[in-house]
Design a protein around this ligand. Structure first.
Ligand code: RIB
Length: 288
C-alpha cells in the first residue's frame, strides 16, 4: 500500500502561442479547468496503473468539483479533509511546443495538521510506502513519523527547493527528481544525489529517458517517442505509475511501464485527465 500525503489543485490552463515574457500581456487561445496538483496526479497515476493507494489531502470549501473528479478516478475521499482555507490552485500556461509555466497558490494544501497525519499513519502497515512532494506543509514531519513507524518514504523533490531536499535526505528511501534538479542538488550539497546514502534515486531525463540508481547499480530506461500536446503532469504520471509497480519489487518492469504511461499522458491535454490506465499503457507499449 502507498499512502500519498499529497496536494490537490484546481488547474487553470491557458494555451498560449509562447510563454509570457516579463512585462508582457498575452492573449490566450483557450482556457480549461482540470483536476491537478502533483500529489493527486501521482495518486491517480498509481491507481490507474493498478497500485493500491490512499490519498491523504485537504480541500477548501470551494473544492466540491475537485472532490467529484477525484471520486470519478476511483480514489476514496475518506482521507481528504475539508478545511477552512481556499482550495489550492495552479495557473498554467502551455505553449505551442507543449512546454509549460506554472504559478501555484498553496491554499488548502498547506493546511495539513499533525493530527490528520498521525491518524493516517497509525493505520498503515509496516512495509507500506509513504509518498511526499513539496506542495504541502509538514513534509519533514510526515517523513519522520513514517520512518518511526517502520514505513518507507518516497519523496518527489518538486517543486524544487534545495533546502527542503537537504532536510529530508536522511529520512527517505527513494528520491525522485529530474536531471536539472539532480544537478542543482549536486551544486548545493557537493554530491550528486546518486552518491548519497539513499536506497533508490530515480532521475527522469525527459526525452532521454530515466535512470534508477539502487545500491551502486543503475537501471536505464529509454523514453517512448510521441508527439506531445501538453507535458503538464508527465513527471507525476511517471512517478505514480513507477511506484505502483516498484513497491512489488519489479524495478525494471516499473521503469518500462512508467515510461509508457508518461509518454501517453503527454499526448492529451490536462494533468490528471490525461493519465492513462494500465490496459492503455500495456497496449501502447506492445505497439511501440
Ligand atoms: O506537475 C503538474 C502539476 O503541478 C499541475 O497539475 C499543477 O497543479 C502543479 O501542481
Amino acid at each position: 500500500m502507498i499512502l500519498n500525503f499529497g496536494s490537490i489543485n484546481l488547474d487553470l490552463v491557458y494555451r498560449v502561442a509562447h510563454l509570457p515574457k516579463p512585462g508582457e500581456t498575452l492573449a490566450s487561445t483557450s482556457f480549461a479547468r482540470f483536476l491537478g496538483g502533483k500529489g493527486i496526479n501521482q495518486s491517480i497515476a498509481a491507481a490507474r496503473s493498478g497500485g493500491a493507494i490512499r490519498h491523504i489531502g485537504c480541500l477548501g470549501p470551494d473544492g466540491k468539483w475537485l472532490g467529484e473528479q477525484i471520486a470519478h478516478f476511483g480514489l476514496s475521499l475518506d482521507e481528504i479533509t475539508q478545511v477552512d482555507v481556499p482550495t489550492g490552485h495552479a495557473v498554467i500556461f502551455v505553449d505551442d511546443t507543449a512546454e509549460n509555466q506554472i504559478v501555484l497558490f498553496g491554499g488548502s494544501n498547506l493546511a495539513f495538521t499533525k493530527n490528520q497525519i498521525e491518524q493516517a499513519l497509525n493505520t498503515a502497515r509496516r512495509g507500506d510506502w509513504v509518498l511526499l512532494q513539496n506542495e504541502t506543509n509538514l513534509v519533514s514531519y510526515i517523513a519522520q513519523e513514517a520512518r518511526a513507524r517502520g514505513l518507507k518514504v518516497a519523496y518527489s523533490a518538486a517543486p524544487f527547493d534545495a533546502n527542503a531536499v537537504r532536510d529530508l535526505l536522511d529520512q527517505i528511501n527513494l528520491l525522485a527528481l529530474n536531471e536539472g534538479e539532480a544537478a542543482a542538488i549536486a551544486q548545493n550539497i557537493g554530491h550528486h544525489p546518486a552518491e548519497l546514502n539513499i536506497d533508490h534515486v530515480l532521475i527522469t531525463k525527459g526525452e532521454r529517458g530515466a535512470e534508477l540508481h539502487s545500491g551502486g547499480e543503475i537501471l536505464h530506461q529509454d523514453s517512448v517517442k510521441v508527439e506531445a500536446i501538453d507535458t503538464t503532469g508527465a513527471g507525476d504520471t511517471f512517478l505514480g505509475a513507477f511506484m505502483a509497480r516498484f513497491v512489488d519489487g519489479k524495478a525494471d518492469e516499473a521503469l518500462a511501464f512508467a515510461a509508457g504511461a508518461a509518454a501517453l499522458q503527454v499526448t492529451k491535454q490536462g494533468a490528471a485527465a490525461a493519465i492513462p490506465c494500465a490496459e492503455e499503457v500495456e497496449a501502447f507499449l506492445r505497439n511501440a
